[in-house]
Design a protein around this ligand. Sequence first.
Ligand code: EPZ
Length: 417
Amino acid sequence: MSLFISGGTPLCGEIAVHGAKNSVLPVLAATILHPGISVIENCPDLSDVHSAISILRHLGCRVQREGTRVTVDATELCCCNIPDSLMREMRSSVIFLGAILARAGCAEMYFPGGCELGNRPIDLHLSALRELGAVIEEEGGRICCNAPSLVAREINLCFPSVGATENIMLAASRAAGVTRIRNAAREPEIEDLARFLRSMGISVHGAGGSVIEVECSQKTKDPMFSVMPDRIVAATYLIGVAMTGGEALVTKLVPEQIAPITSLLRESGCNVTVEKDRIFLKATKTLRPCQTVRTMPYPGFPTDAQAPMMAYATQCDGTSIFVENIFDNRYRHVCELIRLGANIKVEGRVAVVEGKNELHGARVSATDLRGGAALVLAALCAEGESRIDEVCHIDRGYESIESNFSKLGAKIVRREG
Ligand code: EPZ
């Protein structure tokens, strides 16, 4: 499947943001901890969510979906392994490791392997689980874990890894005592996972800060939970409105979670009005450049918004500099943006965008999830017709991107090549 986009129309109107991919994935993994029924509302319809549900079903859970409500019955688990085929479908399946280990006392999966963003090591996950008492053998790409009993520890993360923090939280829920995580990731999705665990009866304190405490809880209760809005999707919509010269209201978001993005849009001249759960943005004709965008762990500028913001920078008058500090190889969208007429140079972790570029329609290919979203944004600004292949990358994290952008007036359709 490909997206066919006719550029040049300002995005205008109103759009609501769907549930957060990077919250619902660890929450779905966490349902394994409770031998009962978990109800999750505001679950987005994404291919990564389908993959996570396939893993839950493989493990023996019964999963039902009605609209945005997902019900997981994890009363019976029939196995504790994730086959390579399911691991390949979604690299972040490693997030199931801590939960399976906590529930079953054993877990087996494969190394996630590299992905579009470069190497995806899981050394921080494995060393933390070993500290909690897991015996982990690595052979031929396979990870075999045994933990008849997990014991609470104080774990110091050398880097505030989001996935490692989540895996430790899930394993710690069955580690005797109180586990303390220092230098924990502070992303809002971590707070959402803590909220879900508390709704299950597991005591978690400090999420959102650098020190998180999780108390062992053998008894859990049926949780009812609603997933937070996706802050990166919200940022993508606002960036799209700003760079196409439109004006729109984006609802169902948490403004402070995207403050790094809205402050850049305001600095470059857009009129940004923030209310409780919505943001109104009116673009300005001439956009000032972004200066320097350095990706950092939360609450710094999010690495997932780097590619969409780079597309935006092509429409700004002047030089914008990007420094990608989180992933080794997160500039694969650059050569595709150049095919659309962007003027970008990359040197290691630094990318320099010389705007404003008059973009023109071209045939390009999505390289990864956020890089693909950046290509959609650039094509919406380009003169003429563009075609974006490999849309499967975009579908991992954006619900029907073509129908959502069409709601804002974009000329975009999905069809076979
Ligand atoms: C999560 O990935 C998100 N994925 C990513 O979103 C996001 O970009 C990232 O956090 C940073 O915010 C999900 O939540 C499913 P990390 P994760 O562990 O957990 C290195 C998207 O587009 N590292 O914080 O993998 C790692 O290689 C995706 O929605 C180790 O070296 O991120 C990377 O360079 C992309 N060893 C850096 O840390 C480890 O054991 C950040 O990784 C773990 C990570």
